[in-house]
Design a protein around this ligand. Structure first.
Ligand code: DC
Length: 222
């Protein structure tokens, strides 16, 4: 049976860490939609554009090709930007790019095509509400601002990406606001999603909880 899992939630809630592990354990394909918005942002910045300039940024749609490889590598026009898209300068601009409807439609088309292949687990902000409204399982993964800021800070430091905790906390707050207040496909919990507050949960506990939810849904459908 083909299974489609949507995981949404605010910035740095640990969605991608958990989704990758669940995908590995269940043999599903993991699709990181945030990486696609980040790749587009990186490209705008490479071209020297101000990411708050909607009209200039959307002109790049025709020249951007984004590929997500199975090993997690992210390519933009065949350049490996896997590490570059995690830099704070990209994180602090990505919410502007993700608020432009034209760019969202361009990337959502690709996300829907990717979701047609086998069982998938896709994470983002609008997967359960807009990209894949018929997903079999919808999870809304949340955590407090402080927990998320510390997690993202630790992750950056372990990857050698320089940052401060204050900078990350501010960025998380700013992105929460922009992502949930944009007009088109904002961050919100789907009516049929299960909310998982991971503030006091370990990664392993979250992975196990999600696998339990998936297995329960599968047995209900049989
Ligand atoms: O999950 P992330 O932090 O890598 O996502 C980067 C940004 O992309 C985030 O601030 C909001 C945006 N995003 C979005 O609007 N819709 C998605 N499906 C995924 C990410």
């Amino acid at each position: 049976m083909r299974v489609v899992v949507a995981i949404d939630g605010p910035a740095a809630a640990g969605k991608s860490t958990v989704a990758k592990l669940v995908a590995k354990q269940l043999g599903y394909t993991y699709i990181d939609t945030g990486a696609m918005y980040r790749a587009f942002t990186w490209y705008c910045m490479e071209k020297g554009l101000d990411c708050q300039n909607h009209d200039e940024c959307i002109k790049l749609i025709d020249e951007v090709t984004i590929k997500l490889k199975a090993d997690g590598t992210v390519l933009c026009n065949d350049i490996d930007i896997t590490r570059a898209i995690r830099e704070p300068r990209v994180s602090s601009n990505v919410s502007y790019i993700a608020s432009y409807k034209e760019i969202r439609l361009f990337l959502v088309d690709q996300q829907r095509l990717m979701a047609k292949e086998g069982s998938v687990i896709m994470d983002g902000r609008d997967i359960g509400t807009y990209v894949l409204p018929d997903a079999d399982v919808k999870i809304f993964q949340i955590a407090s601002v402080e927990t998320r800021a510390i997690r993202r800070y630790d992750e950056n430091i372990s990857k050698g990406i320089p940052c401060t905790l204050d900078e990350i906390r501010e960025d998380v707050r700013k992105r929460d606001y922009i992502d949930s207040h944009r007009d088109f496909a904002p961050l919100k919990c789907a009516e049929d999603a299960i909310t998982l507050d991971t503030s006091d949960m370990s990664i392993e506990e979250v992975v196990n909880a999600i696998i339990d939810i998936i297995n329960k849904k599968i047995s209900e459908k049989k």
